[in-house]
Design a binder for this molecule. Structure first.
Ligand SMILES: Cc1ncc(COP(=O)(O)O)c(C=O)c1O
Length: 401
């Protein structure tokens, strides 16, 4: 039974998480009422941690597109594209995404996680060097690790640290891949892509940018942070997900390099898994259309984000370094964060808890992600509940002392 003994560590984590009342990893939303509201333990709860940036999950046109696809193409593809063939809608979406990023090549994967695994395991092999931002998402790290390449992590968004590693690589720098995200999802800060592109050019490296959280949020057309910073034509590979602004599930990689087409032949996370169901592809297609056609969604999103960010700051909360739709509040200590998160939930606000070792540094955070679908009243209520939880936390700390 030694095999099962390793679960003692997981049991200890569960015990710790349950000590605060509710286990943050096991929240059940009994009924989804809207993109920003659900029923939790019978309570109307504002969903403030969904990544549903544009609030499109209930958009009538997206829902209708999904429905029609089920009716016309069935509930699933029942296999991988390599073995069972591609539905026309999958290839059409690939073209649409490539056009959106103004590059010739595009590939769709079954999840954002698979997009990163699939791209990186095909792109890198043992002996290659990859420079990875220290705060990069687990899927980026896992993809690099699975590839067998040598991984060198540079300090988060730190150009000095990145350049040092490029210098140390010597001639290998010309054959290495730099990986960053656009918007980072923990603190809500953006990568300095202009400067990263300069380094990439100087050392002859390639650059992959994960725009998972920035698609639909940044740039005049909503392509992401590279568009907002004017360096789209310098990015070698864009990856992203359908599970945030596009309100569905799936992932993509687009690129100016023709080699992307060859990834289909060698990428195990692409070959050995079923392709996305027709309803997902159809609703994603429609969501992308909405993203392009309705810039006002982005405007509302940013208005809500500004209100929440400024509101937290005005009440003395320690928030991330820059305004974005990811608004994280830093709290001192795991226990406080856990009880704070519980208090928020009990008062009808669902957020994301990030505590070590899951947080990027040794601090604990409560993260909100703002949606264009949040009403002004919901944003005000989130602030109010945070202030109440803070008063409660301060009072109980004093009481404990
Ligand atoms: C930066 C980044 N990349 C990739 C993913 C994976 O996407 P998905 O959850 O759609 O598989 C995420 C998910 O949160 C992410 O934050």
């Amino acid at each position: 039974m030694a095999l099962l003994e390793k679960f003692a560590a997981a049991a200890a984590i569960r015990e710790q998480l349950q000590a605060g009342g509710h286990d943050p990893t096991q929240v059940v939303i009994e009924r989804i009422i809207s993109p920003t509201e659900g029923l939790v333990e019978g309570r109307h709860t504002i969903l403030a941690g969904t990544n549903n940036y544009l609030g499109l999950t209930f958009d009538p046109a997206c829902v209708e597109a999904g429905r029609n696809a089920i009716r016309e193409q069935g509930t699933g593809t029942t296999g991988s594209r390599m073995a069972n063939g591609s539905f026309a809608a999958h290839t059409a979406l690939e073209q649409e995404l490539a056009d959106f990023y103004q590059v010739p090549y595009g590939m769709v994967f079954s999840t954002g996680y698979a997009a990163n695994l699939g791209t990186l395991t095909a792109l890198l092999k043992k002996g290659d060097a990859v420079l990875l931002d220290a705060d990069a998402h687990a899927s980026l790290y896992d993809g690099c690790q699975m590839s067998g390449a040598d991984i060198f992590r540079f300090r988060h968004n730190d150009l000095v640290s990145l350049e040092k590693r490029l210098q140390r690589l010597g001639e290998r720098a010309q054959n290495c891949l730099i990986i960053t995200e656009g918007l980072y999802s923990v603190m809500g800060d953006c990568a300095p892509l202009v400067e990263i592109v300069k380094l990439k050019q100087q050392y002859g490296a390639l650059l992959l940018v994960d725009e998972a959280h920035s698609l639909g949020v940044y740039g005049d057309h909503g392509c992401g942070v590279a568009e907002a910073q004017g360096v789209m034509d310098q990015v070698d590979f864009f990856v992203g997900t359908f599970s945030k602004s596009l309100g569905a599930m799936g992932g993509f990689c687009v690129s100016p390099h023709a080699e992307l087409e060859l990834i289909r032949y060698v990428s195990r996370p692409f070959i050995f898994t079923a392709s996305s169901s027709p309803s997902i592809i159809a609703s994603t297609h429609e969501a992308l259309r909405q993203l392009k056609a309705r810039p006002e969604l982005r405007e509302t999103l940013w208005r809500n984000a500004r209100r929440l960010y400024e509101g937290f700051k005005a009440h003395g909360f320690e928030v991330g370094p820059e305004l974005s739709p990811v608004v994280a509040v830093r709290l001192s200590g795991k226990e406080l964060a856990l009880s704070f998160w519980n208090r928020l939930l009990e008062n009808g606000v669902y957020t994301n808890l990030m505590i070590p070792p899951a947080s990027p540094d040794q601090h604990s955070y409560i993260r909100c992600s703002v949606s264009a679908a949040h009403t002004e009243q919901q944003v005000e209520r989130i602030i109010e509940v945070f202030v109440g939880a803070n008063l409660f936390a301060n009072a109980t700390t004093v009481f404990r002392e």
